[in-house]
Write a protein that binds this ligand. Sequence first.
Ligand SMILES: [Zn+2]
Length: 236
Amino acid sequence: MTTIEADAHTRVLAIGAHPDDVEFGCGATLAKWSRAGAHVELLVLTDGSKGTWDAGHDLAALVATRHDEQRAAAHALGARAVHFLDAVDGELESDAARREEVCAVIRAARPDVVLGHDPWKQYRLHPDHRHAGVLTVDGIVAARDPHYFPHAGVPHRPTRLLLFEAQVVDHVEAVDGIDVESKIDALLCHRSQWRSTMGIDTGSPDADDQLAAFGRRIRDEVASDHGEAFKLITDL
Ligand SMILES: [Zn+2]
């Protein structure tokens, strides 16, 4: 199992359903490739508007906050750009209209490597993660052929697809400690998700311990996988 060599000529697009999914799924790998000079872009499909436990939350303000958090996280990973499609959180569909939008971003970003959710992950409940995986795969198929969505840019064929949350892992990207710390830094940029997703309650007297525990959790996950784990598809 060899890792993918990235340098200043390498272009990368990582596609996530929600703000923070890309960081969880492949943040250390993106940080590593950014450090090697690769051009990394992110695509976030939904607006993150379900990302609160507070029923009275101002959702327009939450979406704006989550955009800002995602841009900060992208910066922490060394990514050069973030694209937002802003589908309503929880209501993402892998329909033709959305596929054309993903196809257009792939054609504009012209990635060699695409990363996204595994659409074939068994027993996963969240519909946005399923649809995001389907859109990633179907978007690649559409992007490479001129007769799909001819008004959505110049056709482009990536060479590798890495699926995170993989049902079948057959590829591990080894990462350095500095890349794991960048992943944690990027995840912690999503401060609106600290309590609901990361188990960090800033109102609690144990907040510092919870923050440290979250960092340990991420370091332990990467250590036990010997890096970040994926399904690799090269027949694109
Ligand atoms: Zn998600």
